[in-house]
Design a protein around this ligand. Sequence first.
Ligand code: BGC
Length: 522
Amino acid sequence: MEKKRKRKSPEANCSNLPLLRVKREEQIFTRSLCFNVPINPSPFFTLFFLPVHRSHRLPTMSVSAVGSFWLSPSPGKLPRPRMVVRSNAVSTPMAADMRAGLAVDGGSDLKMILSYVDTFPTGNEKGLFYALDLGGTNFRVLRVQLGGKDERVIATEFEQVTIPQELMFGTSEELFDFIACGLANFAKKEGGKFHLPSGRKREIGFTFSFPVKQTSIDSGILMKWTKGFAVSGTAGRDVVACLNEAMERQGLDMQVSALVNDTVGTLAGARYWDDDVMVAVILGTGTNACYVERTDVIPKLQGQMSSSGRTIISTEWGAFSNGLPLTEFDRDMDAASINPGEQIFEKTISGMYLGEIVRRVLLKMAEAGALFGKYVPEKLSTPFILRTPDLCAMQQDNSDHLDAVGAILYDVTGVKSDLSVRKMVVEVCDTIVKRGGRLAGAGIVGILQKMEEDSKGLIFGKRTVVAMDGGLYENYPQYRRYLKEAVTELLGLEMSKNVVIEHSKDGSGIGAALLAASNSKY
Ligand code: BGC
């Protein structure tokens, strides 16, 4: 029986064309406008858009370096969004970077973090456990009463609080005090089905969803903030110590028994119900993937094998960049971000950034192609004014006149739009979302391929589950579809039949609590 206290839920179409046609287009644009696009694009990741009809002057713009997405001029019409992404642009280098990161710390962009989770919850866990989840715009507290093999999860309760913007730029003390205070308030309301045996402290699974160099199952040093956080004084410190100090200031006597990344919590939570779960992926504000690795193929462990012979590795794939085709929009957004040069894969596929990329494309179309008429709407120059949930809402609009699209565009630009503009905007959204979903799918294939190479048949030769979570994956149907399509195309129909991509809703909270239970101090 599950009781939920408060739940704030975080919150289209083109076809693959034959390779030949795209190649011909590339040559034309390369010759006439110095467009520089990838050579030998794979048919897998080739997509292409038809124009929307309006008369406009031909824009002149160039895409530097290898462009996976660009605006092509179309005489007398609006520039058309186009995209080419090579399939092997992600999966092959992803697998190679995984190996390099397993060999030595700093061996590649992928940090390949050792989680210290070597065994999974068995189902025998019993008692009351808490989870604390800090990872994006919200932080969540949860308690779960576990009943062992027969009763499993007897009850859960959680609360979610939005993190005030100013705390994302404040001091470490302020942020951790806010968290400890939320936890203390929540703990006070414990009752009903939740019982703590006498003589025991309340134990917490702390999901901290940022790159942390774990030093044990219950300690780890923050390497850097991501997802727009720029809190001073935490990087380089043990985040469990930061939480303990804040709990002490609150007079709260609780004990962190497991520190986990959200992907690791998701994997543990999903595996509690299904032994075939081998990979977990978060696609929300940020992104990451973890998987079950054999300890004998982790050179940086230097022979320290776990008793199970396996461990969970958090790849921190958001930092992947090796050969990733980027456009001027990606580069400009990265340059303007608070962490330039970092989290490049995250910046092309995750929820925090998709809306901003679309805004930048629309702004360029407004400047170069008069998308919104003679004047460029001033509001459109505001960074992050267009959010990924807006893209999603626009792509779900099935009305004849795209009224919801019109309303959102009016909100964001202050300008009334006609149907052709609305259609064009939806196409741009679809292009960027398609790129994101397909790149994420290619990343998953990269991980599966790496695992298969080392374990011959143990991944593709049987059912293998990839547990997915995060607001972007959960709430954006087109994104989900593009991701799955890419996985199927890259693996081929036969092999992909064994790969199950499954939504594991809110698995990370329960997973963290389960890991606190299996690493209990009692
Ligand atoms: C963080 C990861 C996290 C992911 C999803 C990324 O920005 O670096 O640690 O797992 O977001 O929340």
